[in-house]
Design a binder for this molecule. Structure first.
Ligand code: ATP
Ligand code: MG
Length: 454
């Protein structure tokens, strides 16, 4: 059996100065500081980060969660090339429109490419290259979860606004506008489910389409004081919109004192971190790239596209920002790098000499529990006190610790289970441990909330 051992983990803990505000000229937030301090991520260049093993476990869990939900809407996972031929972006007009954010490069023949910031053009071009495919083959939803590149003017807050970041981008192809609207509603439901699983408050608001284009767009936000967007929510008619969107429709940047939909003054303005964006694109990209299908009447027609982004690495940073304490990370429980850590007595202690069951035995016992499969860490650094290892577990954000203390030397032995998110403690036998970790309700340490209606 492979045992995940803390002594083997590459988790460089660094002592950043308290309340540090800059790394390499980049502003940092509480979440960045926590993730840098605790060996979750490391900065490589401004806005460019390494995911270290603990951080990558969190990212992998979020990717798996998203993959699972996307299977319910018949989305198929692909991987588009990172390099996009500049001619595709010239065709859509975006080569000019977002020029300053593009990372551009040339090959040895002087042909221009981009490090792709998003893939509307690439996916539309793929479909166009198939020639005329029957209407029966649609709808089609293709997505990927990959690195995206944007030369942000002000990279800041670590993974929150990076220059290389992980995005889930999905592109839908429908044969007419009604069907693409159905797909849009289905994708919004899917996003609601993903955020519900993360058990973190979110708000869905009307958003601007900006240089992306299209007819309808919503943004998903996690409310937080450090969010760069302002969200307007009406307490009477449930209208919610990004302030930028409202400014665009009323064509002024004046203060908003009432709901643009029902005129009620019962409105709330909060800051939000944009973690998802959905766009009903219509024919903008299919026209530019010539993405057509063969209609029932035998004629070629343009496909209707949708684009659905999720800021995967930004979700991680935003969740840590919102849930954590000043000195200890709290993850959405489903994303915690390990669900539980086992801590045995210090080497040479009297408990160590009298243990009835070793930490490895406990590990083996728990490894059969479905909800814990490969999700237990054995902190085998027995030269450290239990207290020191508990503190590190709490700082890294493991939701539970199982401690083999003095009661583990009794017959039958009792193990202390500590919920490191709320400090609940239980003494359990080996069998009760298995029951405890088999019950998924014991993982619901964060509250579940519902989205605002739009
Ligand atoms: P923003 O307004 O924050 O710059 P955007 O509207 O330009 O974001 P989209 O093109 O909608 O971003 O990209 C889809 C999602 O990717 C966003 O909702 C966001 O969660 C994420 N994202 C965008 N830019 C970044 C970035 N620089 N770093 C991390 N995540 C990002
Ligand atoms: Mg956006």
């Amino acid at each position: 059996m492979i045992i995940n051992r803390a002594s083997k983990l590459f988790q460089p803990i660094v002592a950043l100065q308290k309340n540090q505000i800059l790394i390499n000229n980049e502003s940092i937030s509480k979440s960045t500081q926590l993730m840098l301090n605790n060996g979750i991520i490391k900065q490589s260049s401004p806005g460019i980060f390494h995911f270290l093993p603990v951080g990558l476990r969190v990212l992998d869990k979020l990717i798996k969660l998203i993959d699972t939900e996307l299977r319910y809407v018949d989305a198929q996972k692909v991987m588009f090339p990172t390099l996009t031929h500049a001619k595709l972006w010239k065709a859509s007009g975006r080569y000019q429109d977002v020029a300053s954010e593009l990372f551009k490069l040339k090959d040895r023949h002087d042909t221009e490419y981009l490090l792709s910031p998003t893939h509307e053009e690439t996916s539309a071009d793929l479909i166009a290259s198939l020639g005329l495919v029957s209407f029966r083959k649609y709808p089609l939803k293709l997505y990927q979860i990959t690195s995206k590149f944007r030369d942000e003017m002000k990279p800041r807050f670590g993974l929150m606004r990076a220059r290389q970041f992980i995005m889930k981008d999905l592109y839908s192809f429908d044969i007419d506008v009604e069907r693409s609207k159905k797909t849009y509603a289905q994708m919004c439901d899917c996003y609601d489910k993903i955020f519900a699983k993360l058990a973190i408050d979110w708000v869905k608001v009307l958003g601007s389409s900006g240089t992306m284009g299209g007819d309808l767009s919503h943004e998903y936000h996690l409310p937080s004081a450090i969010g760069e967007d302002k969200l307007v929510q009406c307490g009477d008619c449930n209208y919610s919109a990004n302030l930028e969107y409202i400014h665009n429709i009323i064509k002024t940047e004046a203060n908003i004192t009432s709901c643009p939909n029902c005129s009620s003054s019962n409105i709330k303005i909060t800051n939000g971190i944009e973690v998802g964006h959905t766009f009903l694109l219509g024919e903008k990209y299919s026209k530019a790239l010539n993405s057509k299908y063969l209609a029932e009447d035998g004629k070629p027609k343009l496909l209707h596209m949708g684009s659905y982004g999720l800021g995967v690495s930004r979700i991680i940073a935003a969740a840590v920002e919102i849930l954590s304490e000043e000195t200890a990370i709290k993850w959405p429980t489903l994303l915690a790098p390990y669900r539980t850590v086992i801590i045995g007595p210090k080497i040479g202690s009297k408990e160590e000499a009298k243990l009835a069951v070793t930490p490895e035995n406990v590990y083996q016992h728990l490894n059969v529990v479905n909800t814990l499969m490969d999700d237990v860490l054995y902190d085998d650094r027995s030269d450290m006190t239990i207290g020191k290892r508990l503190l590190e577990a709490k700082r890294t954000g493991y939701p539970f610790a199982i401690v083999l203390g003095s009661k583990a030397t009794q017959n039958p032995p009792q193990f202390e289970v500590i919920n490191l998110y709320n400090q609940d403690q239980h003494f359990l036998s080996l069998d009760q441990l298995v029951d405890f970790f088999s019950s998924s309700s014991n993982f619901d340490v964060c509250k579940l909330s519902s989205s605002a209606k739009v």
